[in-house]
Ligand binder design. Sequence first.
Ligand SMILES: [Zn+2]
Length: 305
Amino acid sequence: MAQVPKSARLHAARLTKALTPSSRLYSKYRSNVDLFLRAHKEQRPLFRLRDERVMASHLNLHKSVLFRRGYLVAWVDDDAYRRAVPGVDAMVAEVGIDADSPLIPLILAPESRIVSRSQPFLSILEHEVVHVNQALFGHPIPEFKADSLSELFDCFSAYATREYQANLIQLVRRPSAELRRTTVSFDQWVLLRAYTPALESVLRETASGRIRRGLVPRFLDEVPAQASALLRRWGCPGDLTDWFQSRWSVHVFTALKMLKEKGVDLTCAPLRPACRWVMREVAKARADAEREKAARFGRPTVSAT
Ligand SMILES: [Zn+2]
């Protein structure tokens, strides 16, 4: 199992402290929660979860072990939840009862998990509590929408930062089963958990048309070139830069595969440039490997025409 380094423990402790709302901030959140609970009792409002309109069948307060406070969880019909966010155990969305009421960061999860006391699921809820606190501090998970490369980088980077913080805090406290099985280091694992969902969102929102067509190949080229600055911005240890760069194309390939499994059509026009990018990178990696092999064994390389 990947050991948790002392530096990660210290970093997680600092982040937990920084992301603990003051009494005043938490009281404001709780009064908005009370408003939401009252409105829910009277109207049972529908709210948006990605492209679905969903209704909470139950609402309750989850007592966070890490932050020692209650956080509102909305439990949503399983089918509606899985249609909206397939493959996601729980998430945070900012919702309001109507256009005039304040938005509150709400943890959403499928209703079949309401009685779950399994440690992995409770750990996921603690991860979502970190996202609620980030939103209370004015840093919610961003909605992906971009007309320029810099906007796309901002969304990607903001998302990866939020995930880096939530995963670091969660995994230091409770290493997951995947972390126990993985062959990569703890720091590498947290980095993976931070940027792969952000990358998946970039590709999914490209398919949905929220990201301007044509931006993605430039984005895919630019990320490894700017890796050092990005990792610094996310709060990751800088010695992971080479590792991150060397795996980027493999992780783009994996993200596309995951999207296909979740029902996204990879042949749709907006995603075709991303698929071509991956094929080009795979061909390049194969050619590099062939050249290296030939150099090692003294054979001439065969060049394709
Ligand atoms: Zn998260």
